[in-house]
Design a protein around this ligand. Sequence first.
Ligand code: CA
Length: 500
Amino acid sequence: MFKKILCLTLAVVMAISMVACKKKSTVDVGHVPNENTLCEEYTVLTAFYMQNKNTDDGSYDSFKEAARLTNVGLECTIPKSNSDFFQAFNLMVASGEMPDIVQTYNATEFNQLGAEGAFVPLNKYFDIMPNFKKILDENPQIKENITAFDDNIYYVPFMPGGTASAGWFIRQDWLDKLGLETPQGAEELYNVLTAFRNNDPNGNGQKDEVPLFGKTVVDELMPLWGARPDWYIDNGVIKYGPYEANYKTAMKNVVKWYKEGLIDQEIFTRAGNPRAKLLGDNLGGACVEWFGSTAAYNDTLAETVPGFKFLPMAPPSGVALQRRPINDVYGWGVSASSKNLELAIRYVDFWLGETGSRLMNFGKEGVHYDMVDGKPVFKIDDIQKTLKAYGSQLDIGFQQNFEYERQWINDIAYEGMMMYVDNDYFAEQFPTVTSRMSKAEVAEYSKLKTDIDTYADEMMQKWILGASDIDQTWGEYIARLESFGIKRLIELQQIAYNRR
Ligand code: CA
């Protein structure tokens, strides 16, 4: 009886799904009808998908596996010789010939083109996108972030797994050696960094330690004095950190710390990977960097730097500015001109369901992972690289499962991430305001923002490097920001933000 009902259900589902299908090929992809079947006969959809240039025949193995499961193939339409995404994207738009599915790295532009009729408002098709609808119902903030100014949704974003991305790390073995506690607050941090600078924790008899390093560190110091380095949201009010009075106080402290050698003297000019250099040479004391890759230095430097112990610590200000975005600005959408419109929409939704999601997160069962107690457990080396080569963890619209990352980061990274998550150190995510702006507003916004950000960044570097005195130039700096239109830029973003 059960079997009969299942067959009937499947037949109904398939009858609905197949309306839009057109046979394009007789290729045998090994399809056996199942609950993921999207077409009775094998059908190929076209896609603007940049990463495909890495494969010989324009298709990843993961897409072939999806074809076996759904009976729908995906063919990339970008010439392999084209290496610039935005150039290729603009050429495609200008040609007026859109493939069925289009990848995006720019939500703002994609939403504008969508509003002009190039892409399908996916929200009108939620009845055939049950997986996408479910994700958005469960994550209203993602829905809010990706909704365009005309209240439509034009793309499925990449949705990262986990919240923590980067965090503070400190040489625990140096703290132990000098008899110091993990610093909290500006004063304790100052004292610890000064001790790193003066008391030779690397034991080579030279005052060569670089207490704080990494480009993001200046930003992450700002909240110690209540300031912010960039755009932020304060109880629903959009503010520009470098335009606020407390920024001057914070900057004056950073200038002092830099002058005293507590911050890497080459902070703006150091090329390559500062961690590899400064940790490898046993010089760096603390930084704010990615949990996974930073914690990995404990493994790779275990033999070359005796006693090396670089551990995550709580942000000394209690606030972590860097976090994994709730959704990214990249993903993919469906062309309004697609001849296989409904099929393309269903195909995009396939990658958000249980089978598609597992394929995009973990690869192929039995090859890349085995199911253990209902959970995929990797059985491959070099997980990230192997999966990318297969075509999992691509830059498409899908929901990343944190378990993917959990299985290749070490325990130090994981515990650091959990410390940040459990204590909720994260600052509120700044909303993607531009995706809610009209074309004219975006043009005005972009011009103002470029000038203002460039100027503020230039002054910040001048102050820190000692090329300009902050007390002497602050008044002129504020006046310049105002003449560049800072008030209008804040207003434009506030208007867009209020459109939620
Ligand atoms: Ca030393």
